[in-house]
Design a protein around this ligand. Structure first.
Ligand SMILES: C[S@@+](CC[C@H](N)C(=O)[O-])C[C@H]1O[C@@H](n2cnc3c(N)ncnc32)[C@H](O)[C@@H]1O
Length: 264
């Protein structure tokens, strides 16, 4: 049986398995270090299941997370409920392109390519405008993107398929395949698909397909985009060990920028 995302079953499975299939990432300490260095309160844009939000809150730093996906937020809230009630974390459903919160922040975080999930310049600008409006004077924004090499963009999408297999909490076997369906170089977007093939211990199978899109943003574009909404780049790294950008391309493009107030 094939179930598409619209009916919510695929979204539930995808949220439930999200952290299982992101366990290869080694970015939590990086974000926690920057969070400690700059201090709170912090806003995480596209916080998902709270993978980054929760460890920062556990370090005693005030953090709010917003996300558009209810199933991911449900998991984030469940994780927060297991913490001490004084842990300074809150989760809100919101679209990062248009949100209004009752707080302002010292740092806004975009961990794991969240800005790339916005596929038009208008969406990115709307998001950065909202972030700017929610930052304290002199506050910071940290954008964590993936910058593809030109060689990668020229490869056949069929050669970019990745597959991994895990066992879920109920003993089910999960095969997760991520495919690039197509690229549109004119608007710098990729159409992708995540497919879950799940086999329960009793032999029941599920085939779930989740289509999604991302955009790719180059280093200078990111600088211009940030400048357009009143941010000036203060640091740039190429990975979660704070290494220089460009030492290992293609790779992470992580930019820390500060809110500039022209009137000040
Ligand atoms: C790759 S995940 C990153 C999640 C989390 N930051 C992490 O590092 O694990 C991207 C997240 O962005 C969220 N997202 C995408 N578009 C969004 C939007 N317009 N508004 C709010 N959240 C959005 C998705 O629901 C997803 O949880």
């Amino acid at each position: 049986m094939t179930v598409f995302d619209a009916d919510g079953i695929a979204a539930q499975r995808d949220a439930a398995y999200y952290e299982l299939f992101t366990d290869w990432r080694r970015d939590t300490d990086f974000f926690a270090t920057v969070a400690r260095r700059i201090g709170g309160p912090i806003l995480e844009l596209g916080c998902g299941t709270g993978r980054i939000t929760i460890p920062i809150a556990q370090a005693g730093i005030d953090i709010d997370g917003i996300d558009i996906a209810p199933e991911r937020l449900r998991i984030a809230r469940q994780a927060a409920e297991r913490l001490s009630p004084t842990t300074p974390v809150r989760f809100f459903p919101a679209d990062i392109r248009k949100f209004s919160l009752d707080n302002t922040y010292r740092l806004a975080l975009f961990p794991y390519r969240v800005l790339q999930e916005l596929t038009t310049t208008t969406d990115k600008i709307d998001c950065l405008r909202c972030v700017h409006d929610h930052l304290d004077r002199g506050g910071f924004v940290l954008v964590d993107n993936y910058c593809p090499s030109v060689a990668y963009l020229a490869t056949d999408p069929d050669s970019c398929t990745t597959t991994s297999e895990k066992h879920g909490p109920a003993g089910e076997h999960i095969r997760r395949t991520q495919r690039v369906i197509s690229r549109n170089h004119a608007d710098q977007t990729q159409q992708l698909e995540v497919v879950y093939d799940i086999t329960d211990p009793d032999g029941t199978t599920e085939h779930l397909v989740i289509p999604y899109q991302t955009s790719y943003i180059f280093r200078l574009e990111l600088e211009h985009l940030l400048a357009r909404y009143g941010f000036t780049m203060t640091e740039i790294w190429g990975g979660y060990e704070f290494q220089d950008f460009g030492t290992d391309p293609p790779g992470e493009l992580i930019v820390l920028a500060q809110r500039v107030d022209r009137s000040s």
